[in-house]
Design a protein around this ligand. Structure first.
Ligand SMILES: [Zn+2]
Length: 357
């Protein structure tokens, strides 16, 4: 490897594999080119056409909207905020290097298993663990009824390593855990999952299938209270996607509540049954727009809870939802101080971001 010219090497870092590691949303592949949502400028608001081209032949990328471009290594470095030398090293570790120009084959991380399989495995998994008293009373304090808590399948993340391994031992006897985000193998090939201090929040789809698990942390980590149960950087691990939770949305829906928190989303669903989308760690409004394009939705209210990281709220409103205003949606923010405020008819209007004609 040392004898290879760096410039030459970077031409062979497979761009699709890099895109895969960056969890870029690839929308279409035509011949030697794949089209993805640009991680730097999002997507074209008017056409919703993905503007980032990934060239499979020369492993270069370029965005027709923001003009960013270069080799796959640079793409990885820019998105991760590291220098290209470090990016290059990381990508070599992840077997993204291949001298022949054949199509992507090596992928050290697994493709996501189908929803039916994920649902089955996660249900079996959650059946093996309990909900600690502190977590139950946290949920009770949000205003949830015991029945809602039980139906929601909330479970505390086991703290003991041996317990996590035993659970996985039993689980892997019945199911293939490759392709199920959260699970991975130790160097001794035994299956396990990582410890986080908090509890699992299953994210159900409209048919009641568990799409994936979110973890609500006891303490904020990197400004986040909620993370995905994922194992993308681990042996035989699988990356989680950003799932959303929806309630009661149809073609005639005009008003929509959105929230960046599945627990709050569940409360909205259980108590108000209003049209709602809950999400977490969202980076662009594409997912949201896809959900609402076939509806009559005009008014979108983002409900969030304080105390909460203001940085996050600013980021979400500026980067993600400022897109919605030029498209003609009314976008408002509402904050609640406590989950219980939510049961009041008029929860406190914080400020209006802007209204469009
Ligand atoms: Zn761009």
């Amino acid at each position: 490897m040392q004898n290879l010219d760096y410039i030459e090497v970077q031409k062979h870092i497979n761009i699709l594999n890099v895109a895969f590691h960056l969890c870029l949303e690839i929308v279409e592949t035509k011949g030697q080119e794949a089209k993805a949502i640009c991680p730097f400028c999002g997507y074209n608001k008017n056409t919703k056409i993905p503007t980032l081209s990934l060239n499979i032949n020369n492993n270069k990328y370029c965005c027709s909207r923001c003009g960013k471009g270069g080799y796959s290594v640079g793409l990885y470095a820019k998105v991760k905020g590291i220098d290209s030398k470090k990016a290059y090293k990381k990508l070599l570790e992840r077997e993204c290097f291949s001298l022949d120009r054949s199509k992507i084959q090596i992928s050290p991380i697994n493709l996501l298993a189908d929803i039916e399989i994920r649902d089955k495995v996660y249900r079996a998994f959650l059946n093996m663990i309990g909900l600690e008293r502190t977590h139950r009373s946290y949920l009770r304090n949000t205003g949830m009824l015991n029945s809602t808590i039980n139906n929601g399948l909330y479970r505390s993340v086991p703290k003991k390593e041996i317990k996590r391994r035993l659970i996985c031992k039993a689980l892997s006897r019945e199911y293939n855990l490759a392709g199920i985000p959260g699970f991975y193998q130790e160097p001794d090939f035994k299956w396990t999952f990582a410890r986080s201090n908090g509890f699992f929040v299953p994210v159900f789809d409209e048919n009641g299938y568990i799409q994936g698990l979110s973890i609500h942390l006891d303490k904020t980590f990197n400004n986040n209270l909620d993370i995905w149960f994922s194992s993308k950087d681990k042996i035989n691990g699988t990356a989680a996607r950003s799932y959303i939770m929806k309630n009661n949305i149809n073609e005639k829906t005009t008003d929509l509540i959105i929230t960046d928190n599945f627990i709050l989303g569940t409360l909205i669903k259980a108590t108000r049954n209003e049209p709602m989308i809950a999400f977490q760690n969202i980076t662009n409004s594409y997912v949201m727009l896809k959900e609402i394009e076939k509806t009559d939705i005009k008014n979108i209210t983002f409900v969030y809870r304080v105390p909460y990281s203001n940085e996050n709220i600013d980021y979400i409103t500026r980067r993600v939802f400022s897109d919605l205003i030029p498209l003609g949606y009314n976008f408002n923010l509402k904050c609640i101080n406590n989950y219980k405020n939510f049961f009041d008819e008029n929860f406190n209007v914080h400020y209006a971001v802007g209204k469009a004609a």
